[in-house]
Design a protein around this ligand. Sequence first.
Ligand code: CIR
Length: 258
Amino acid sequence: MGQQRIAITRELSRSIGNCQLTHLDRVPIHLERAQAQHRGYVRALQAADWEVISLPEELELPDSVFVEDTAIVLDGLAIITRPGAASRRPETKAMQKELAKLLPVASISDSAQLDGGDVLVLGKQIFVGMSSRSTHAAVTELAELTRLLGYRVEAVSVEACLHLKSAVTCLDPETVLINPHWVAPEVFGAYRQIEVDPTEPDAANCVDLGSKILHGAAYPRTRQRIEAAGFAVEALPLDELAKAEGAASCCSLLIRIY
Ligand code: CIR
């Protein structure tokens, strides 16, 4: 049985210099370099046989390249988030329209906040990071929306980083890449764990494309650990996007349709 693999991305906004920042000081972002890095990212998705739907640039929305935060995609349901940063909430509109062409769509209500970067889905288990961007009310809503589809939802404490997926992402559905200083490894006790190299605390964010892992080129020591565990890695220069606190996973929303 075939699987359709679709990645939604969005053209980098020329206003990215006005992005939200939580942990980093603002430094100039070199627009052409950031655009080139983003193009390289899109090419890597296409080379791995993902069909890319590229949404148009949103000049008024500086952070809109980071599409991961606007929706959660599950088997048979997409859930539009309500991003924690008010400036990012209008980003969900175009995503809702696009996702509705592909699968049923539900939404987080106005009484909750959720960034997609806080949501790690491992099979039927959903972990939600309690970062500054996401609330317990969103965890309750997610649980209600997904219970009938067989998902379990668990809130997870995170420290010193923007999102849960800054601290942990998956290499495959049974294996996580983790910074144990930012999220408690015990939470992921049921999974095989690869720890980031201690000199590369930001290296826990990656994208599992099925055939390979996309990872930032700035983390060679962690890459060695991932490769030693048997995974193929494509290392991409993403340092210009990292100045906006963006990493590999946040630049795409991956949809597998069976
Ligand atoms: C923000 O602070 O919202 C953006 N500057 C960065 C968002 C990165 N998103 C992600 O890692 N999922």
